[in-house]
Design a protein around this ligand. Structure first.
Ligand code: ADP
Ligand code: MG
Length: 353
């Protein structure tokens, strides 16, 4: 038995408003082999606010990127595709201790009280993750049927074989999960283009996720406004200077800091909420996603948490930590935007499902 369910190549497929990211793994006997990957930019309008608006155009882009990936080859294969965090519902609920069979009936009716959309409009997924003598903790994930059904038919029409859909936060957690962080309560910041997901994990399980509209685009817009430059120019400046301290970049840093501080206040709220309900303290913040490449972001966060949380570990995630194939892959920094795609591919390969 290798790592793969049926020894077939697998693919993680991560769709956002601005890109399709694919990670394609093969099996070289006893390990993963990176067969191909790509980060394909989508023109504006195909996906808007995490809703697929142009089915036919999306199909065309998928077909095109399969022919010409950034690296290696991408073949039709079993895929696991992402569900946007902003469209999903992830919560841990408590129910009285009962058998699995009883839970099958009890969880949906219990979950219904927490989920903001009617149950018949969602796909519900759940798993028992812990509990005490008289209670069980159940991780509930709900995703919108309309989104999943439509995405499924688009993927099938391009010859791909979707075997599962998964909320981004679950994929990200799988990718960066290690024995060390599985023993802690920690925060993952998945910093994308239009939103950042603030994810809390405990004992290797998702506990809570929220999605805030403070991410790469907000940084770019703030630079464009402050410096009076175009969006394209602001994007370039953002990548060059980030939160660096040199005198030329002081103006850039000044434009980024208010956005960053808004995000930090959201992170603090989420941490406070979690710690108010749990006996464990958050010990680490791990950054992933393209915006985690912002220069000096880790040092800036460390400075901000130094006064009240000096023991907090803060650093970039390593999305390859569970793949063991570093030679052919981009550097850790370059790979941060592939974290979701890597986590999805690992699920397709049968790791930690
Ligand atoms: N070197 C960099 N420094 C700062 N921001 C970056 C850098 N590289 C990419 N980004 C930002 O990362 C964001 C894209 O992140 P990504 O995880 O690919 O997003 P999405 O999931 O939305 O497709 C963009 O806002 C982009 O400007
Ligand atoms: Mg992303």
């Amino acid at each position: 038995m290798g790592l793969f369910k049926n020894n077939e190549p697998v693919m993680g497929f991560d769709l956002s408003d601005v890109s399709i990211k694919i990670m394609h793994f093969g099996n070289n006997g006893n390990n993963y082999d990176v067969l191909g990957f790509t980060d394909h930019t989508l023109p504006k309008g195909i996906m808007v606010n995490d809703i697929i608006k142009e089915d036919a155009l999306l199909q065309k882009h998928i077909a095109a990127l399969m022919k010409k990936p950034d690296y290696g080859k991408i073949n039709a294969s079993q895929i696991v595709a992402s569900i946007p965090e902003s469209k999903a519902f992830v919560r841990v609920i408590q129910i009285p201790k009962m058998s699995e069979d009883q839970a099958k009936l009890a969880v949906p009716s219990e979950a219904e009280q927490y989920i903001p959309v009617p149950l018949d409009q969602t796909y519900l997924d759940w798993q028992i993750i812990g509990g005490s003598d008289d209670k069980m903790d159940v991780l509930v994930t709900a995703s919108p049927r309309t989104y999943v059904d439509n995405f499924l038919s688009i993927l099938k029409s391009t010859g791909l074989r979707p075997v599962a859909f998964e909320v981004e936060s679950a994929a990200v957690l799988r990718a960066i999960s290690t024995p060390k962080n599985r023993a802690e309560d920690f925060v993952i910041l998945d910093m994308n283009t239009y939103r950042t997901s603030i994810i809390i994990a405990s004992n290797g399980n998702l506990q809570f996720t929220s999605s805030v509209p403070i991410a790469g685009d907000a940084f770019t817009q703030s630079i464009a406004r402050a410096l009076g430059v175009s969006e394209e120019e602001a994007e370039k400046i953002k990548r060059e200077s980030g939160l660096s301290d040199s005198s030329e970049s002081n103006q850039v840093k000044a434009a980024l800091v208010p956005v960053m501080d808004n995000l930090i206040s959201e992170i603090r709220n989420t941490i406070r909420f979690h710690e108010g309900h749990s006996s464990e303290k958050i010990s680490e913040i791990i950054l992933v996603g393209g915006t985690a490449k912002l220069k000096n972001i880790v040092d800036y966060l460390k400075e901000q948490f130094a006064a009240d949380r000096p023991e907090m570990e803060i650093g970039l995630g390593n999305p390859w930590v569970n793949v063991f194939q570093p030679e052919k892959t981009p550097s850790i920094l370059d790979s941060l935007s592939y974290t979701t795609a890597i986590g999805l591919a690992l699920r397709a390969a049968g790791a930690g499902v």
